[in-house]
Design a protein around this ligand. Structure first.
Ligand SMILES: [Zn+2]
Length: 253
C-alpha cells in the first residue's frame, strides 16, 4: 500500500488527531510566505520583522507587516474546512499552528494553538489594550504616531507602543514559556495520530514537537518538500497538495 492508502486507514481509526500546521496550509488560500517577497526590499524580512526594528522604525515595520502578513480577505480552503469538520466529528483534538492568518478559526476549528501569535490584533505593550489590526490600518492613515497607545500614560512613549500580537524575531510569545510548552507537549502525548501539514519542520522549537509523540503513534506528513522526520519510524510521507490529499482521505472515511 502507498502512503495515502496507509494514511486513510490510520485516520479512519484515529479519535485524537493532533495537527502541526505551517505556511503550506495557507498557500492554497493564496497566502504567500513573506520570504518570497524579500526581493523587493533592501533589508532582510527577518530584520524588518524583528523586535529591534519595530521599536526603531514602527511606521516602516507596520507598512511591511500589513502588506505582507495581513490578509483579511483570505478565505479558508478545502484543507482548513476538512480539519474543522474532523474536529466537529470528534476526530481532531487540536491544531498547533505556525500560521498567523486565523484561517483555521475562520473555517470553524476551535481548539487552535497559535504558536506564533496572530496578525488579527495588536496590543499596547504597557496597558495591554487590544486593537484590531483593521483599526491600526485606519490609524496609520490618520495619525503620525498611530503606533502609540492613547489609553495609558508613561514617561517614555516607547513603552506605550502598540505591537501586533505576532511573535517577532528576537521576541517571545505566550507559548514560549514552560507552561506553554508543557501544554503543547501534553497535547501531543495524548494524540493517537500526529498529522503534519505544510511545514518543513526546520525551525526550532516547533520542529521538535513530533519527538514528543508516543513511540507507537503514527506520524503522517503532507508537505511539498522534505522534512527531517521523513525517514523516522512509523512515518508516512505524502508530497502532494494538502487540499487534494485531505479530500481523498475524507471521502474514504
Ligand atoms: Zn496603553
Amino acid at each position: 500500500m502507498n502512503s495515502i492508502e496507509l494514511s486513510k486507514n490510520i485516520i479512519k481509526k484515529a479519535r485524537n488527531i493532533v495537527l502541526l500546521t505551517g505556511a503550506g496550509v495557507s498557500t492554497e488560500s493564496g497566502i504567500k510566505d513573506f520570504r518570497s517577497r524579500s526581493g523587493i526590499y533592501t533589508l532582510a524580512p527577518e530584520y524588518i520583522l524583528s523586535i529591534d526594528y519595530f521599536y526603531k522604525h514602527p511606521r516602516e515595520f507596520y507598512q511591511f507587516a500589513v502588506e505582507n502578513l495581513y490578509h483579511p480577505e483570505a478565505a479558508p480552503n478545502k484543507g482548513h474546512d476538512i480539519l474543522a469538520k474532523w474536529e466537529k466529528a470528534g476526530k481532531v483534538s487540536s491544531i498547533v499552528t505556525q500560521n498567523i492568518d486565523g484561517l483555521h478559526q475562520k473555517a470553524g476549528s476551535q481548539n487552535v494553538i497559535e504558536f506564533h501569535g496572530t496578525m488579527k490584533t495588536a496590543s499596547c505593550q504597557n496597558c495591554g489594550k487590544v486593537y484590531e489590526t483593521e483599526e491600526m490600518v485606519l490609524r496609520m492613515k490618520k495619525l503620525d504616531d498611530f503606533y502609540v497607545c492613547n489609553h495609558c500614560q508613561t514617561k517614555q512613549e516607547k513603552q506605550r507602543y502598540i505591537k501586533p500580537d505576532v511573535v517577532l524575531f528576537g521576541d517571545t510569545g505566550e507559548w514560549f514559556t514552560v507552561e506553554g510548552f508543557n501544554t503543547i507537549i501534553d497535547t501531543i502525548h495524548q494524540a493517537d495520530c500526529l498529522l503534519v501539514l505544510g511545514t518543513s519542520l526546520k525551525v526550532t522549537p516547533f520542529s521538535t514537537f513530533p519527538q514528543y509523540r508516543n513511540v507507537d503513534v503514527p506520524l503522517i506528513i503532507i508537505n511539498q518538500g522534505d522534512t527531517p522526520y521523513d525517514h523516522a519510524k512509523n512515518t508516512y510521507v505524502i508530497n502532494e497538495s494538502i487540499g487534494k490529499t485531505l479530500s481523498i482521505i475524507d471521502e474514504s472515511i
